[in-house]
Design a protein around this ligand. Structure first.
Ligand code: KIV
Length: 271
């Protein structure tokens, strides 16, 4: 029996219940129909159409170049595949910072043109007006604190965030602001496990970690990293479940060899 027939559609309310029941939330990124269908059938709770598509799908060095139209394209492809998971889409850099009206407009475009279930924004107090305005349109918002890749030029490096007291205090403050603004969940990226655990206890909404230890309500990884499709990215927090780049290379080499030797196609593979 297909999973979606036995399990209900994941909503923001289901995630809240999972936090209350201390049931961990599993989240992965996806950017296309085929992968999203596999993740959904496997039972993933949340699919993030992350702006990491800028890196893993388009080959950019940062997440900054990806556009709203690109995100809508990826999100629409994912939505055609997903029956059960909650689908969250990143608002890309430059489509929400400093202008809550533009933030609302961007979020509405994502929801209307892709059919996604929620949007995600990076930042704390400085974006709370945008969060509140998006929520006025009934669009669920996920926050993202800690290492926020859209601010990489400000940070200058991808090292662990909030190790110093000032930054840790600001992060806790921002988590409260985002909860009060109405976010249904928060991502905490690359911060000390102890701090992530404290935030998880202090706020009522689910906290999903990436490089934030195991005292949070759930985990997220970039699909291409955990499958071993990306090759050069190997931070300490990343667990690789596969070495798919090597497996794909092996299959492609076998195919090339079969074509060159006219082993493919054989009698049964032709008309
Ligand atoms: O874009 C993305 O994939 C993300 C995750 C790293 C959380 O924001």
């Amino acid at each position: 029996m297909e999973l979606e027939a036995t399990f209900p559609k994941i909503t923001t309310h289901v995630l809240q219940e999972m936090k209350l029941k201390q049931e961990k939330i599993a989240m992965l990124t996806a950017y296309d129909f085929s992968m999203a269908r596999i993740l959904d059938q496997a039972g993933i709770d949340i699919i993030l159409v992350g702006d990491s598509a800028s890196n893993v799908m388009s080959g950019h060095k940062t997440t900054l170049p990806i556009t709203l139209n690109d995100m809508i394209y990826h999100a629409s492809s994912v939505m055609r595949a997903v029956k059960r998971a909650l689908v969250v889409v990143d608002l890309p850099f430059g489509t929400y910072q400093g202008d809550s009206k533009e933030a609302l407009h961007s979020a509405i475009r994502i929801m209307k043109e892709s059919g996604a279930n929620a949007v995600k924004l990076e930042g704390g107090e400085e974006i709370h007006e945008s969060v509140e305005r998006i929520l006025t349109a009934g669009i669920p918002v996920m926050g993202h604190l800690g290492l926020t890749p859209q601010s990489i030029h400000k940070f200058g490096t991808y090292v662990v965030r909030a190790t110093e007291e000032d930054e840790a205090r600001k992060l806790v403050h921002d988590a409260h602001i985002l909860e009060e603004a109405g976010c249904f969940a928060l991502i905490l990226e690359k911060i000390p496990a102890k701090l992530a655990g404290e935030v998880t206890k202090k706020v009522k909404i689910p906290i999903i970690g990436i490089g934030a230890g195991n005292q949070v309500d759930g985990q997220v990884l970039v699909l291409h990293d955990m499958l071993g499709i990306t090759q050069e990215f190997s931070p300490r927090f990343l667990r690789r479940y596969h070495n798919l780049s090597e497996e794909i290379k092996g299959s492609v080499k076998a195919y090339i060899s079969d074509v060159k030797s006219v082993d493919f196609p054989n009698e049964r593979e032709q008309y």
